[in-house]
Ligand binder design. Structure first.
Ligand code: NDP
Length: 321
């Protein structure tokens, strides 16, 4: 068995960002390797219907879209390996990545596309009703609840933006927050309070997502007022948990610059990280847009940035001879 693999470009992560980076890099002749990670295909494999990825008039399935992206990446010359990287060393060239499989990867350039995971409340009923009314992305799934009552849980920028976005589809949006003030920016709060379609329920936590029917779907949320202890039901057919995301950056802590929320810091307008030759794309560097299409867009940018970087290195090496 091979214990080491050398490549000009390694992509960590196999969501839309990583696979798009691989497609562009492969077509540029860089023979990239994609190391899939523990969730091959990324977050889209845990959603079902996708209606907002350009190019498809009919509803498509998230897992299918990711299989197609992988097939395209492989077709143009990407090697996709199933491995989980447990250590990286970005202080030496080539960069070194150690896989759980025992394989050591040596990469001239690295594209980090490890993504982010939505934070969930952790209730069994939340897990049970995911894709049956419970979601973590209003931009992705809000359209499915047009004309219906919906609820958003959280008090940050994401929760307020999601509540405002949902008023495009629903006349009855309830924001449920665990405290008596929001942490979202003031301008967003002003918009929220001025919107007649949105009610806010303060000091309350969700204790249960309630499903009913056959096939089962969300019909409401049981909430507990933290001041009085009283339990009441909020009727809703869609519930959006917006309590933050966790970027997958533990592996790089101390080696690459991260922002205060743990996202990879990049040079504005590029995918360049604080380490030359290391690029980041998708949700691991984007806390605002978080869409498959924006992840794919930055994946393309990362491949182009890496290609340029390698060309410059080669030019310098030739000039030095
Ligand atoms: P935040 O961490 O800012 O907010 C999370 C919210 O969820 C908080 O109100 C928090 O409550 C609440 N919360 C956390 N855990 C729980 C829980 N277990 N139960 C109930 N409520 C909970 O996350 P965001 O996703 O909103 O934003 C992340 C970062 O991205 C921020 O820096 C934000 O500014 C940025 N962002 C910027 C945007 C923009 O500029 N347009 C858009 C979206 C995000 P509490 O307040 O009590 O802690």
């Amino acid at each position: 068995m091979t214990n080491s693999i050398s490549t000009r470009l390694a992509v960590l992560g196999s969501g839309p960002a990583g696979l798009t980076a691989a497609i562009y890099a492969a077509r540029a002749g860089l023979s990239p390797i994609v190391i899939q990670g523990i969730q091959p295909g990324g977050q889209l494999t845990t959603t079902t219907d996708v209606e907002n990825y350009p190019g498809f008039r009919d509803v498509i399935q998230g897992p299918w879209l990711m299989e197609e992206m992988q097939a395209q990446a492989e077709h143009v010359g990407t090697k996709v390996v199933w491995d989980h990287i447990s250590a990286v060393d970005l202080s030496r060239r080539p960069f070194r990545l150690t896989g759980d499989s025992g394989v050591q990867y040596f990469a001239d350039t690295l594209v980090i596309a490890t993504g982010a995971q939505a934070r969930w409340l952790g209730l069994p009923s939340e897990e049970h009703l995911k894709n049956k009314g419970v979601s973590a992305c209003a931009t992705c799934d809000g359209f499915f609840f047009r004309g219906k009552k919906v609820a958003v849980i959280g008090g940050g920028n994401t929760a307020v933006e999601e509540a405002l976005y949902l008023t495009n589809h629903s006349h009855d949006v309830t924001l449920i927050h665990r405290r008596d003030s929001l942490r979202a920016e003031k301008i967003l709060q002003d918009r929220l309070f001025a919107n007649e379609k949105i009610d806010v329920i303060w000091d309350s936590e969700v204790v249960e997502f309630v499903g009913s029917g056959d096939p089962e779907a969300l019909v409401g949320l049981d909430i507990r007022n933290k001041r009085t202890g009283e339990i009441s039901r909020v009727e809703a057919e869609g519930a959006f948990v917006a309590i933050g995301h966790k970027p997958a950056t533990e592996l790089f802590a101390g080696q690459i610059e991260l922002d205060e929320d743990g996202y990879i810091r990049i040079e504005a307008g590029t995918t360049k990280t604080s380490v030359p030759g290391v690029f980041a794309c998708g949700d691991v560097m984007d806390k605002i847009y978080r869409q498959a299409v924006t992840a794919a867009g930055t994946g393309c940018m990362a491949a182009l940035d890496a290609e340029k970087y390698l060309a410059a290195q080669e030019f310098e090496a030739l000039a030095a001879e």
